[in-house]
Design a protein around this ligand. Structure first.
Ligand SMILES: Cc1ncc(COP(=O)(O)O)c(C=O)c1O
Length: 397
């Protein structure tokens, strides 16, 4: 019998799914005739308890305005305590529509127009869009690649943090797309620099649950404990449980002044509306999701190994940065293509794969592409076979 994560649900209409929508595919890849592995969501069927809880909610037949009561919040708090040793105080917890909306509202509320916001490219492309969208300046602290592993350039970070114009940093922890799970030592160093320079820490921990066996996730709020409370953590159950279209997101800060300001902003702009299905989902996944998530992580880690083995055997000129977390793999095409045009030709036209070009993630992304692997493994291996075939016929000039 196929493993539950090996199943791809056929016969469902995916036209409203961002990942599969034809217009989106044409707009992004020039054609709808690509197998999509781009948007960071998942093809896996969700945990059975969740479907049951949603059916129960549907059967109510009543969908009035909803609240996030302690009954919804407590399982989230317990989850972070048990799974990650992160202590979230009920008083500092806030909810917004999405991590992106929370980030945009927070940057707009807590920094001034024209301020520099530090990010670490190659990094989730949403950061750049949000920072520019609210009239702030992107300040790059580029990651460096050393012996196949991405590292932080701390002397550059120190320089950028010391510049008074740069008032906040958006940390991607774990890091999308390079898959780093930052160590205690690395986080402490970042914290030390930001605290010394009064740079507000915005720690995007949306991928906190997607951690593989060799790494341990450490919450930045725990690192800050006893040192400073100039920090906001952002998170969501969306990636962990394959439900970004179902749940809203949350923020946590131990700082009552920051909390009050963000809460007022959320209220002024009406960014905090709950819905019955999202609430039921949050309560269910954080109460019953432990074992299911462990199985999913085990499946994903085996997929990473399968990709590594396939590439080494069949296309050794393409290498991957082994992820410590997240379900993204960062593939290096520098040996097979010279520029974005060639990479697009290879991926979109020849292999017909909807994989995101590395340059989308800012500087440091040239010659790379990010593949979302939260799909049944046979689909991933089929995609790699298409890539191999395309490369066999691809003339490198
Ligand atoms: C690091 C990171 N932050 C934020 C988001 C977006 O989250 P949301 O859909 O809750 O806005 C993503 C989605 O891929 C992400 O990878």
């Amino acid at each position: 019998m196929a493993a539950p994560f090996d199943k791809y649900k056929k016969d469902i209409n995916r036209s409203t799914f961002v990942r599969y929508n034809e217009n989106y595919l044409v707009g992004t890849f020039g054609s709808a005739d690509v197998t999509p592995f781009w948007v960071a969501d998942s093809d896996f069927i969700v945990m059975p308890e969740l479907v049951k809880a949603l059916k129960k909610t549907a059967k109510r037949g009543l969908y009035p305005y909803e609240l996030k009561t302690p009954e919804i919040k407590q399982p989230l708090i317990d989850w972070f305590k048990k799974r990650h040793k992160i202590n979230i105080n009920l008083d500092g917890l806030l909810f917004t529509t999405s991590v992106n909306s929370g980030l945009a509202a927070t940057i707009d509320e807590l920094t001034a127009k024209g301020d520099g916001i530090i990010i670490q490219p190659p990094v989730f492309q949403g950061f750049k869009g949000i920072i520019k969208g609210v009239g702030r300046k992107v300040v790059n602290n580029k990651l460096t690649l050393k012996d196949g592993k991405y590292e932080i350039n701390f002397s550059d970070l120190e320089k950028k943090a010391a510049d008074k114009k740069n008032t906040a940093m958006v940390l991607c922890s774990p890091h999308n797309p390079v898959g780093r799970v930052w160590t205690q030592q690395e986080l402490e160093k970042i914290a030390e620099i930001c605290i010394a320079n009064n740079v507000l820490m915005l720690s995007d921990e949306i991928h906190a649950d997607i951690i593989y066996s060799k790494a341990t996730f450490i919450g930045m709020t725990e690192v800050y404990k006893g040192k400073s409370d100039n920090i906001i953590m952002l998170g969501s159950a969306g990636k962990s449980f394959g439900i970004p279209g179902l749940v809203d997101s949350f923020m946590y800060t131990p700082n009552p002044v920051l909390k009050k300001k963000i809460q007022e902003r959320i209220m002024r702009f009406h960014l905090g509306k709950s819905n019955a299905f999202g609430n039921a989902a949050l309560k269910t996944v954080y109460t019953h999701g432990n074992k299911w998530l462990d199985k999913k992580l085990n499946y994903l880690e085996k997929t990473v190994s399968a990709i590594e083995a396939y590439l080494a055997k069949n296309i050794p000129e393409i290498t991957l940065t082994i992820p410590e977390g997240t379900y993204q793999v960062w593939l290096d095409f520098n040996k097979v293509t010279k520029n974005d045009e060639e990479l697009k030709e290879l991926l979109y036209k020849k292999a017909k794969l909807g994989i995101t070009l590395g340059t989308e993630y800012g500087i440091g992304g040239k010659g790379y592409a990010r593949m979302n692997i939260a799909s049944p493994r046979p689909m991933i291996l089929k995609a790699l076979a298409k890539l191999k075939k395309a490369l066999n016929n691809f003339v490198i000039i």
